[in-house]
Design a protein around this ligand. Structure first.
Ligand SMILES: NC(=O)c1ccc[n+]([C@@H]2O[C@H](COP(=O)([O-])OP(=O)(O)OC[C@H]3O[C@@H](n4cnc5c(N)ncnc54)[C@H](OP(=O)(O)O)[C@@H]3O)[C@@H](O)[C@H]2O)c1
Length: 439
């Protein structure tokens, strides 16, 4: 890396890439002041050089359709990967590290799947590999976990880490609209992709929770270790009853560590949160991560989870760290390998409260039959209500309950028994209840 000017190669000049160029253009002096020299993007890989890049000032930045022209350019010190996807990005980052380039990426899919491998390769080559933008866009959560909270023992992280699903659930809750209706609107407004599967099925959030759990618990948590469920089956009725009971439904990424055994549990699922919980107030496309540390207690990080400039701030802050590390001669030495072997909780260890909604026969004795089944399995209720079904529900009633805390194993046993009970027509929905009790 030259003494006076750091040369940067971008792989990708889309939403985030143009944000990076804009931020570097606008904050020239601030960045120069921090790192002691100029930082300039000299080349950018794109898929189509002829594409209109809007009114972004590209200065003397050279566009290329050949990745090798960036990766093998001996003048380039830092490569920023912003093309997305997994295999090509993995190969390009690997090649860049082999060429002793420092690397920054915003690619959560790649880091969740191959982060450990690429970080090892970076260390072998005395290079940095930073990925702040990969989780919760503009929120500096990764640096907060690895630096700000490094003295503490983190026991729990709860996150709203997918803006698309949070937008959909907010509109369903606040406007009483159906999932399909809001999804279509989110697509029209550009909040949801034309194929929203990775978002609505919880996979995008799961990738981010795997990254957060790996860092927060200092343990390699893989994507397959994350129990995932999306939001596609949440109904307006579920939203309504949750509200009546004092809760809100959110897609929650949950990572918990047992302080005694050190075992962890990482999941993404729609869950009921008390309406007065801090995460319940996170609306629309915003993200937030709640972190509980033994010493610090509760902390919460809130902000934009995506978008050109918010995400670019995370990328450029990584770039600044890379340059500072290089100036200090410590590149590739700030990564701390996981301290613990992976150890996951069993279903017996995973404890939660549950919301359950079912359609039952509207007859005397049915309610008692259900409650006695629960008490036989030592599961008590925090709240329970029974209402006759108004629409198309002659002879049927709806029972909605929130249990006290129980193990996942016990809950699954009882769920199977309920399914086979004659007096129960349908188990409509079931969610975990997190974040304490609603008043
Ligand atoms: N967008 C966000 O708010 C956000 C937030 C957090 C993280 N991220 C992550 O940031 C990364 C970039 O996202 P983005 O939204 O900026 O994507 P994007 O708008 O689709 O931009 C991708 C860029 O990469 C180029 N590109 C894609 N595939 C290529 C290939 N095979 N060869 C050459 N060039 C290629 C495209 O070229 P053309 O311009 O010529 O098409 C485009 O410039 C992804 O990993 C994403 O998950 C994005």
């Amino acid at each position: 890396m030259g003494q006076n000017e750091v040369k940067v190669g971008l792989l990708g000049l889309g939403t985030v890439g143009t944000g990076v160029v804009q931020l570097l253009n606008e904050h020239v002096q601030k960045i120069e002041h921090q790192v002691g020299g100029a930082v300039r993007v000299t080349k950018a890989l794109v898929a189509d050089k002829t594409k209109d890049r809007g009114d972004i000032d590209l200065n003397d930045l050279e566009l290329t359709e050949s990745a090798a022209e960036v990766i093998n350019d001996t003048e380039i010190d830092v490569v920023i990967e912003l093309i997305g996807g997994v295999e090509e990005a993995r190969q390009l980052i690997s090649d860049a590290l082999a060429n002793k380039k420092q690397v920054v990426t915003a690619n959560k899919d790649l880091i969740a799947m191959y982060g450990a491998e690429l970080l090892e390769k970076a260390a072998e080559n005395s290079c940095d590999l930073f990925y702040e933008a990969s989780v919760a866009g503009g929120i500096p959560i990764i640096r907060s976990l690895t630096e700000g909270l490094s003295a503490d023992q983190i026991t729990k992280m709860m996150g709203i880490v997918n803006g698309t699903t949070n937008y959909i659930l907010t509109k369903m809750n606040d406007e009483g609209r159906s999932y399909d209706d809001v999804l279509q609107e989110a697509k029209d407004l550009g909040f949801a992709e034309s194929d929203p599967t990775a978002d609505v099925e919880g996979l995008d959030a799961a990738r981010k929770m795997a990254i957060l759990a790996t860092l927060g618990f200092s343990m390699n948590v893989d994507l397959e270790d994350v129990d995932v469920r999306g939001i596609t089956t949440i109904s307006a009725e579920d939203m309504d009853y949750s509200e009546q009971l004092g809760y809100t439904i959110k897609l929650i990424g949950l990572a918990e560590r047992d302080t005694e055994t050190g075992k962890v549990d990482v999941s993404v699922q729609p869950a009921l949160l008390p309406a007065d919980h801090q995460l319940a107030a996170v609306k629309n496309e915003y993200n937030a991560v709640y972190v509980y540390g033994e010493a610090v207690g509760e902390t919460m990080f809130y902000g934009p989870g995506a978008g050109s400039l918010p995400t670019a701030t995370a990328v450029v802050s990584d770039l600044i760290t890379v340059v500072k590390n290089n100036n200090l001669g410590v590149s590739g030495r700030s990564m701390v390998p996981p301290q613990f072997e992976k150890s996951l909780k069993s279903d017996e260890d995973i404890r939660s409260k549950y919301f359950l909604r079912m359609h039952v026969k509207d007859e005397t004795g049915v309610f008692d039959e259900i409650t006695s089944l629960f008490s036989k399995h030592d599961i008590s209720f925090e709240k329970i209500l029974q209402v006759p079904l108004a629409k198309n529900g002659a002879g049927k009633a709806e029972v909605v309950m929130i249990t006290h805390e129980t193990s996942r194993t016990s809950y699954e046993v009882i769920y199977e028994k309920l399914k086979s009970m004659e007096s129960i027509h349908e188990l409509e929905s079931s969610y975990r209840v997190e974040g304490g009790t609603s008043e």
